[in-house]
Design a protein around this ligand. Sequence first.
Ligand SMILES: Cc1cc2nc3c(=O)[nH]c(=O)nc-3n(C[C@H](O)[C@H](O)[C@H](O)COP(=O)(O)OP(=O)(O)OC[C@H]3O[C@@H](n4cnc5c(N)ncnc54)[C@H](O)[C@@H]3O)c2cc1C
Length: 149
Amino acid sequence: MFDVVVVGAGPVGLCMAALLLQNGHRVAVLERRATSGRQTRAIGIHPPALAALDAVGAAHPLVSSGVRITHGAAYSGGRKVADMDFARPSAEYPFILSVPQYLTTHALESRVIDLDPGALHRGVQVEEVVDDGGHLRLRGQKSGLRWNF
Ligand SMILES: Cc1cc2nc3c(=O)[nH]c(=O)nc-3n(C[C@H](O)[C@H](O)[C@H](O)COP(=O)(O)OP(=O)(O)OC[C@H]3O[C@@H](n4cnc5c(N)ncnc54)[C@H](O)[C@@H]3O)c2cc1C
């Protein structure tokens, strides 16, 4: 029995799971992929997201392994049309941090496992959520077999 089941071990699910675990909740994270993979979709983390990562202790390892972007410039037809200052919006994180998304996911996954080594369940595809009145039950597949949680 869990207080919260998080479906999906992407950065959002893992961050939420870490926050909940830090606050003493019993959490299970269900992820259909067997491994975390190395594909990158996000290349830049903005200051509010860094503050959210900091709340679960995941910002520091990322900041030390990423590239800090403090300025940007926009060009059109070969002509500079705008300058952007990324240093001003946040005193704590005066930059956009460029870091491959798999490093963000890895930092968050490590944090979840530190908080509860049994919280993350990989290879679990959730297909249905059933509300029986008092509890929610999840159904799906694990390793190609029908599965209930
Ligand atoms: C081209 C592109 C560029 C981007 N660039 C940036 C950027 O520069 N900066 C930035 O901050 N963001 C960027 N993003 C957005 C960023 O990638 C997403 O915001 C982030 O991945 C969202 O995280 P998430 O955890 O919500 O979802 P996801 O990363 O998609 O994770 C969802 C997880 O849930 C799992 N899942 C889904 N359904 C089930 C199920 N039924 N059962 C079990 N598991 C399930 C999936 O396998 C997956 O692992 C970009 C996105 C794209 C597509």
